[in-house]
Write a protein that binds this ligand. Structure first.
Ligand SMILES: NC(=O)c1ccc[n+]([C@@H]2O[C@H](COP(=O)([O-])OP(=O)(O)OC[C@H]3O[C@@H](n4cnc5c(N)ncnc54)[C@H](O)[C@@H]3O)[C@@H](O)[C@H]2O)c1
Length: 258
């Protein structure tokens, strides 16, 4: 573990979607900076691999498997993490899915696909926040970081109408939570990753033409990394962001600005 930077010593974090991609990188970085991290995703084995990486490096992780669309599972996972450590200080609601081959324009969009995307990306973040915030209230405050997408601002994820709607709603939910919970000493913000090299984008990374197409719309002309995204999530969760609330921090190589 990096002993030089321990912004989160003594902090207790729950993070959804911690088995892969941005969530995995964020969990590892939190642990490197001294936090105890509860890892939430559906598959225990995948979470145990992340936990092993963290503990091999001297950090502390707790595996709390849950499907974020199932309230009983989310509640049990959050309660188990809070029991393990005597409370929670930080909630990162990150788990999400994108279904590029099924999600489409509304006139052709199956209700089942719409519901799967909304249930995971919106209801899933709501449920982690609901049960996580209950713990932050008991702790006397803390921070919530939600994970959105630039398509929550603009309609550039062509043909992914359910994903776009889910991410637009994350911004609205983040803002109203930020305003409502600041009196409880809870800061709520969102990280807005652009095009990031994670398993979610494997189909793009493996297709040179598609990759070139995506990068052509990014001023920095490359995908971001999960680690670059994690750095912003950690900033928003840290005391360095003490006057930051209700904000959406974009990590997109300039895509929205361009
Ligand atoms: N990668 C990108 O380019 C990009 C861009 C914008 C926003 N995002 C958002 O960032 C977040 C993380 O994306 P990623 O790229 O790391 O994706 P990923 O596919 O690499 O990882 C997603 C994580 O969410 C978990 N997950 C999915 N459904 C779940 C469920 N029902 N219950 C519990 N866990 C579940 C997965 O197991 C995995 O751990 C998502 O909300 C995504 O929408 C990603």
């Amino acid at each position: 573990m990096n002993e030089d930077v321990r912004r989160f010593a003594g902090k207790r974090v729950v993070i959804s979607g911690a088995s892969k991609g941005i969530g995995r990188a964020t969990a590892i970085r939190f642990a490197c900076e001294g936090a105890r991290v509860a890892l939430v995703a559906r598959t225990r084995q995948a979470l145990e691999e992340v936990a092993a990486t963290i503990s091999e490096a001297g950090g502390e992780a707790f595996v709390a498997p849950a499907d974020v669309t199932q309230e009983d599972q989310v509640e049990a996972a959050v309660l188990a993490a809070a029991k393990e450590w005597g409370g929670l200080d930080i909630v990162v609601s990150n788990a999400g899915i994108e279904l590029p081959f099924e999600d489409t324009r509304v006139d052709q969009l199956d209700l089942a696909v719409w519901q799967r995307v909304i249930n995971t990306n919106l209801t899933g973040q709501f449920l982690i926040c609901k049960h996580g915030v209950r713990q932050l209230l008991k702790s006397g405050g803390g921070a919530v970081v939600m994970v959105g997408s630039p398509c929550g601002y603009r309609g550039f994820c062509f043909h992914e109408h359910a994903y776009t709607a889910s991410k637009g709603a994350i911004l609205s939910l983040m803002q109203v939570m930020a305003v409502d919970y600041i009196k409880d000493n809870i800061r709520v913000n969102a990280c807005i990753p652009g095009f990031i090299d994670t398993p979610m984008n494997a189909h793009v990374m493996e297709d040179a033409g598609l990759l070139e197409h995506w990068c052509s719309s990014i001023p920095m002309r490359r995908p971001g990394t999960a680690e670059e995204t994690a750095a912003v999530i950690l900033f928003l969760a840290s005391d360095e962001a003490s006057y930051v609330m209700g904000s959406a921090y974009v990590v997109d190589g300039g895509q929205l600005a361009g």
